[in-house]
Ligand binder design. Sequence first.
Ligand SMILES: Cc1cc2nc3c(=O)[nH]c(=O)nc-3n(C[C@H](O)[C@H](O)[C@H](O)COP(=O)(O)OP(=O)(O)OC[C@H]3O[C@@H](n4cnc5c(N)ncnc54)[C@H](O)[C@@H]3O)c2cc1C
Length: 385
Amino acid sequence: MSDAADLTPIREAVRALCADFPGEYWRSLDRERAYPTEFVAALTKAGFLAALIPEQYGGSGLTMTAAAAIMEEIQASGCNGAPCHAQMYTMGTVLRHGSAAQKERYLPGIARGELRLQAFGVTEPTSGTDTLSLRTTAVRHGDRYVVNGQKIWTSRAEHSDLMLLLARTTPREQAKSRTAGLSVFLVDMRQARNNGLTIRPIRTMMNHATTEVFFENMQVPAENLIGTEGEGFRYIISGMNAERILIAAECIGDAKWFIDKASSYARDRVVFGRPIGQNQGVQFPIARAYIGMRAAELMVREAAALYEAGKDCGAEANMAKHLAAEASWAAADMCVQTHGGFGFAEEFDIERKFRETRLYTVAPISTNLILSYIAEHVLGLPRSY
Ligand SMILES: Cc1cc2nc3c(=O)[nH]c(=O)nc-3n(C[C@H](O)[C@H](O)[C@H](O)COP(=O)(O)OP(=O)(O)OC[C@H]3O[C@@H](n4cnc5c(N)ncnc54)[C@H](O)[C@@H]3O)c2cc1C
């Protein structure tokens, strides 16, 4: 199925850019757990990461469908968009809930890539998925807030100028509702680093530039509060549909890469005097992975279409993320199996992509929490947590 609008030129342009960053580039970064600075710079220069910023702020003003196509093509080319995907969507909270002054101040710089808004500080070690239990506090003192606490899995913090931070401004027991009392801040990490903000990298199974961050009397000017104090949880939730759709598109790209690799290997590899792909035991898993990917792709497109029409897409964005993450992981597993021993060899890139795509059934939202959302909000079952 083709895209509703013809996105072929964008898709081809992303592919052409990615061709300059072949497997060897990613393999050497992976060995060192190093950041793909040149790749991110190239995407920024081409304007792809500013796809969703309106033209009035210097972005490309593209649709969610187009933005999803960009992320999909990056992954389908064998590259990895995770080191920079947040630059595309984290600004949505500022765009939707920021003041006119905040938008003027930050969005043009983000669109040009001079300001990197890549860090999203929500998850904490003790609260995990239970965001409303987070413990980081921001207490107002005159024209500033003083922040104390800790976040974990704050990805790209070392490669970001700004962080979107969720912190508690009203103690839970005094908040006017279950979801009230949390606030969102735009933290300028260039000023805060070593000035109340400490960042410690976490080495993970794939190259992901993730960190834990510590706040010790970190000062944030009150003018950096986004929207109304106490309404932050709602603002963060409203940005999650965009994140889910774009990550789902990445998973579709990964699945396409695995299916393409496996098909081509199964056509060429001859064992017992015939291509391995002639055996149904080899071709059926590839076909099954393809069917799963296509079904997920349709849901991603439905979610993106609803999003850009301004309609509620919570269920579709969650289902798209779930189906796509399952599809990419199934395709990854199939691809290793199809390659036999070579699936484990670094130079084939499969084991690297296998590790990278494993993340998406856990983060940014884990499978169980999506199932809970569908059970409660779509099927009307009792809330389980
Ligand atoms: C590499 C990486 C990058 C990340 N980047 C970021 C980032 O940039 N910013 C950020 O804020 N966070 C980030 N995260 C955090 C990520 O969103 C969380 O890890 C994820 O949401 C799961 O939360 P948790 O790890 O605390 O697991 P927990 O909440 O401890 O859950 C553990 C397991 O229990 C299950 N579970 C928990 N409660 C229930 C329940 N009520 N019913 C059923 N099952 C349940 C979960 O589904 C999960 O499988 C990142 C994580 C990783 C690994």
